[in-house]
Design a protein around this ligand. Structure first.
Ligand code: G3P
Length: 495
């Protein structure tokens, strides 16, 4: 009986399930968008039940499409939007509040307070992170402080916290397993990335009882078996990684110095730094890539909050396109942005600026500006943000960039990829499989159950589809200076 790996990709705006075969090829895909809840300005929530029901539905659809069942699935891998925080009742399995999404800014003021108390070096040394509302710790604290009865319940060991991976495993195993992996734990601001343990001092600082936290596992091991009715048989759940780390693995950036950028809702640029954490001097964060075969691989990360999401905003907010795919055509109607610069800081600026109060800014509009110029400037804004992160990464790593491997939805936009190569002055490489997030999780799961023998076998499956090289005729110097000026104008706006 032919065997496959099923990957659960629990993203920010949709749930996806992808079935891969032994060659790492996609055999079946199913996807379902779910509701984004915006209760107040700067707040973003998801309904945890909808996260699970959509994920369960796409898993069933993906396997039914190719007429297979649980017996054909050698293992399940899970990859997920990171940092998003869910707290549920251990006895009933009922969430006590909506999932607070990574983009949510409600704890910004509290984070400022921590920064003013001079806690930045203390937290960075342990977690590799910068103090920001982005990470889970302040979101958990907010739930405990604001949901009636939550703290009392937590003290009685009645609550469980998890990032989305933990929530899905809990559902798949019907409450038998409460676990996460090191890559997700490293995004909570509660995990010591050197000792690989929950940090007691940070738990005290944020007033979070340890009993709420999941067990932290490797990224490739058997965590438990499915108990849901989706699969007639028990399937091992054997791989977990946060989506950006999974993409780094799926892109086979397995040697130190290799870099990938995923153009999803946000843009996330990760550089493999090997078995030792590198602590950034240029406002990047240090994160755990994965733990495999008892070895931990670290990465430097530049997180950009709004990447492809700006295209959604042009579609749903400004309504200058009807579907995301129309953006490339619209932007191509003009030869350049007509001196318009678009800073997509709709939810603040992440790396390397970390300005929670920056907001989206368009500068340089003239009488001749058209929707095509705005569309082009929006795409260019994605590429310039990436350039800012890569410049910081080069300073931290002390070595230049050889190439940038790209994936995610907007990586299919040729105009954007060529512009990216021009601003970086480096090759941008798009692989044949751009579903690298799901693929990375599938690889981690497959390795745990012996579906693939080792990383060397997997490396043979990575192939280039297109290589974009810098257009030497284009001089980017003035444009880069103007971009820096435009970023300055977007700063601190919402303070
Ligand atoms: O850190 C947030 C990130 O994991 C979200 O990824 O692909 O859902 O935008 P994505």
């Amino acid at each position: 009986m032919e065997q496959y790996i099923l990957s659960f990709d629990a993203g920010t705006t949709s749930s996806r399930a992808i079935v891969f075969n032994k060659k790492g090829e996609i055999c079946s895909v199913a996807q379902k968008e779910f509701t984004q809840i915006f209760p107040q300005s700067g707040w973003v929530e998801h309904n945890p039940h909808e996260i699970w029901s959509s994920q369960a539905a796409v898993a069933a659809e993906a396997i039914t499409k190719i007429n297979i069942n649980g017996k054909n699935i050698a293992a399940i891998g899970i990859t997920n939007q990171r940092e998003t925080t869910i707290v549920w009742d251990r006895n009933t399995g009922e969430p006590i509040y909506n999932a607070i999404v990574w983009q949510d800014r409600r704890t910004s003021d509290y984070c400022d307070k921590l920064k003013n108390e001079g806690l930045l070096p203390y937290i960075k040394e342990r977690t590799g992170l910068i103090i920001d509302a982005y990470f889970s710790a302040t979101k958990i604290k907010w739930i405990l402080d604001n949901v009636e009865g939550a703290r009392a319940k937590a003290e009685k060991c009645e609550l469980a916290f998890g990032t989305v991976d933990s929530w899905i495993i809990w559902q798949l195993t019907r409450g038998e397993v409460h676990a996460t992996d090191v890559s997700n734990a490293s995004r909570t601001m509660l995990f010591n990335i050197s000792t690989l343990e929950w940090d007691e001092d940070l738990l005290k600082l944020f007033d979070i009882p340890r009993n709420m936290l999941p067990k932290v596992c490797d990224s490739s091991e058997i965590y438990g078996h499915t108990k849901t009715t989706i699969f007639a048989s028990k399937v091992p759940i054997a791989g977990i990684a946060g989506d950006q780390q999974a993409a780094l693995f799926g892109q086979m950036c397995v040697e130190p110095g290799m870099v990938k950028n995923t153009y999803g809702t946000g843009c996330f640029i990760l550089m493999n730094t090997g078995e030792q954490p590198v602590f950034s001097k240029n406002n990047l964060i240090t994160t755990i890539g994965w733990r495999l075969d008892r070895k931990t691989t670290y990465a430097l990360e530049g997180s950009i909050f709004v990447g492809g999401a700006i295209v959604q905003w042009l579609r749903d907010g400004l309504k200058i396109i009807n579907s995301s795919s129309e953006i490339e055509q619209l932007a191509m109607q003009v030869p350049d942005s007509g001196d318009v610069y678009f800073i997509p800081a709709l939810t603040g600026l992440g790396a390397p600026y970390w300005d929670q109060y920056a907001r989206g800014t368009i500068v340089g509009i003239s009488r001749g500006t058209t929707s095509a110029h705005i569309a082009r400037a929006a795409l260019e804004g994605i590429a310039y943000q990436t350039m800012d992160v890569i410049n910081a990464m080069i300073l931290d790593a002390g070595v230049g960039l050889k190439e940038l491997r790209v994936d995610g939805g907007a990586a299919n936009n040729n105009l954007l990829m060529q512009f990216q190569s021009n601003v970086l002055g480096q090759s941008v490489i798009r692989p044949q499989t751009t579903e690298t997030t799901a693929l990375g999780a599938a690889y981690l799961a497959g390795l745990a159950v012996g579906y693939w023998a080792d990383v060397n076998e997997i490396k043979q499956q990575w192939h280039i589809e297109t290589q974009f090289t810098p257009d030497k005729a284009v001089d980017m110097q003035l444009a880069k200076r103007k971009w820096a000026d435009a970023v300055y104008r977007s700063r601190s706006w919402a303070k």
